[in-house]
Design a protein around this ligand. Structure first.
Ligand SMILES: [Zn+2]
Ligand SMILES: [Zn+2]
Length: 235
């Protein structure tokens, strides 16, 4: 009895059984949100830009960024919309040392992987690398954790360090629009390079699409890769 109580509370310290969004009770240990928040998660529709996978208004095939070649994403899809539920999940995963949430995010991403034909013949998985300072200020590279989880779920090899993030890269979000376009490339040569037909690039969220776009450019420039397809959790 006492052992059971101790065991249970110990488990609760490891995995706090509260919804990360509303602190309500969880309905599954594997899912970090409660049933009502889970039901509010908005899964992406099929009306998305053919290339970057972001939402479109009616009667379009490409978003204006892809149509005007402001970003160079070859194929990307996201699982859910970036809203008040998904953003809390992502922020807890990234900034609150909740690596376990990465398992839930990756399992949602894995379902998308299985549904889209474009992902059926990828050779390996890689991810957006961290810059030097980010690496020393955070617990882990969140994109790397998602890629590791997906590698275990799919059996696909994971390739590290195919590109590197430049040291003094200013985060996209704090740059004004006019400077974002003038900034130097975010990524350079990695520690090693590979030859592959199709590589799957993993990140958590796509907003402007420029991080993915720069990563695709660098992956192809510094490796012999024919096509880079990407998958993110939210957009
Ligand atoms: Zn909740
Ligand atoms: Zn697009």
């Amino acid at each position: 009895m006492i052992g059971g109580i101790i065991g249970e509370s110990f488990f609760e310290i490891l995995y706090p059984l509260k919804c990360v969004c509303c602190s309500g009770n969880l309905f599954s240990r594997e899912i970090p949100i409660c049933r009502s928040c889970y039901q509010k998660l908005k899964f992406s529709s099929t009306r998305v830009c053919e290339k970057c996978g972001r939402s479109l208004k009616e009667y379009e095939h490409l978003c204006s960024d892809c149509a005007q070649k402001r970003i160079g994403i070859e194929f990307s899809r996201s699982c859910v919309y970036y809203d008040d539920i998904s953003s809390v999940i992502v922020k807890k995963f990234k900034y609150a040392n909740r690596k376990d949430i990465g398992l839930f995010i990756a399992s949602v991403m894995n379902e998308k992987l299985l549904r889209e034909a474009e992902y059926s013949d990828v050779d390996c998985i890689t991810y957006i690398p961290f810059g030097y300072f980010k690496k020393h200020n955070r617990f882990y590279n969140h994109s790397g954790v998602l890629a590791e989880n997906l590698s275990q779920m799919t059996g696909l090899n994971i390739e590290h360090n195919l590109i590197s993030q430049r040291w003094f890269c200013v985060p996209q979000a704090i740059l004004p629009e006019n400077l974002r376009r003038k900034r130097p490339p975010m990524f350079g040569r990695g520690k090693h390079s590979i030859e592959a037909k199709k590589v799957l690039l993993i990140d958590d969220v796509v907003t402007t699409g420029r991080t993915l776009s720069d990563a695709v450019y660098a992956l192809k420039k510094h490796n012999k890769i024919e096509r880079v397809v990407s998958l993110t959790f939210a957009c």
